[in-house]
Design a protein around this ligand. Sequence first.
Ligand SMILES: Nc1ncnc2c1ncn2[C@@H]1O[C@H](COP(=O)(O)OP(=O)(O)OP(=O)(O)O)[C@@H](O)[C@H]1O
Length: 440
Amino acid sequence: MNLLSVSHLGKAYRVYASEFQRIGRWFGLPIKPSEEHWVMKDVSFSIRPGESIGIVGQNGAGKSTLLKMIAGTLQPSEGSVQVNGRIAAILELGMGFTPELTGRQNVFHSAGLMGFSVAQVAEAMPEIEAFAEIGEYFDEPVRTYSSGMQMRVAFAVSTAFRPDLLIVDEALSVGDSYFQAKCFKRIKQYREEGMTLILVSHSADDIVRHCERAILLKNGRVGFDGSSREVTNRYLDELFGKKKGVGHETEVASPGLVSEDFLNTNDVFATRAGYNPAEYRWGHGGAAILDYLIIVDGERFPSRIESNSNGDFYFKVRFDADFESVVPGFLIKTLDGIFLYGTNSFVSSRGQSAISVRAGDIRMFRFSLSLNLNAGDHLVSFGISSGNPLMGDLVPLDRRYDAVMLKISRVVQFWGLSDMQATFNIEYQDPSEAEVVAHD
Ligand SMILES: Nc1ncnc2c1ncn2[C@@H]1O[C@H](COP(=O)(O)OP(=O)(O)OP(=O)(O)O)[C@@H](O)[C@H]1O
């Protein structure tokens, strides 16, 4: 059985011609709303117990509206929401806390509204207080709290009792990173115990870290429902298409090191060693990325790359239209979709690089970088956009996300994703101890 089923959900807000008409309707006057404004239409999906789902979408896409209808704080205009379990939702800052009551009193009130008895809340109170970590403020009126403090109490009380479904809107973003990490630790623990999670975040990284599946909302409809990596890729495409995007970095490559076969003009990208057939390719067209080449320590398409080697990443683009400015881009991610490094020609050249092209041009670009990565598989993306990054009007022409698999190996271990190449010295040692060591 599904934990949550959302079926043909829709929401319309009534828009009145004037305030007078709106108030008239409250008093039962037979005034017709001048217009119904549908902000959500025909949204259907279901969630199995234990799944974790991210919801992404641009501002105004309908994320909060959807979550409020799932949580039951907003009535749908059509369709239905069926939940088989207890929901806890951290939707809006303060969760409806009463400003004049203290944190402690609000905890009693909120947990009471969630259906817990005074005795249950009293028993959980020490743990809630400890989790929130706001010290003496816990017994001060909530009106004196910062937004981060309100969020701390809201999260502590909402998750004091493990819900079947936890809904977290952007709320966590107001917390400091220490508290966010603490929240995600609790979320992770509850998920391991079977809790279902719905997380809204503008951070693609948060979504791929915490959710296996995601839904892209677009103008109040489900734009895409799939793995969180696929969905965040599409979401980023949307953003990059309309906002200042990932840069490009360009260096028009000299063919010296590049062998002849890379200089042909056919689309042979998918035939190259390391190509990932599960790449996600997207773009408005006008250019096509035809080929790529990786050279590390003189070796073309190395099957394994020693960590910290210098790599040259070439890619070849055919332009099918004239563009005043194009911007090649490059990105490395982990297999989970965590961004390790992204750049573009504009960023990498500190705004110095302007590339204009004509229809029929073939250009080859190169990003050169040191691969300070940990051992394991990584995914490389290439992209070409047109527009002016300073004006925030980049249009993706061809993006080949996660198109190439990079296998990094290393001998000396470290912990984490990026090799920061620490060195170690003993700066002082008690001379007597040094002697003992020497005698040994
Ligand atoms: N009370 C309201 N009356 C009229 N329109 C509303 C109301 N609340 C939300 N809307 C509209 O509904 C649409 C969806 O809003 P919603 O807040 O759900 O988007 P969102 O995806 O959460 O956006 P954001 O990322 O900015 O928080 C928007 O066009 C918004 O203007």
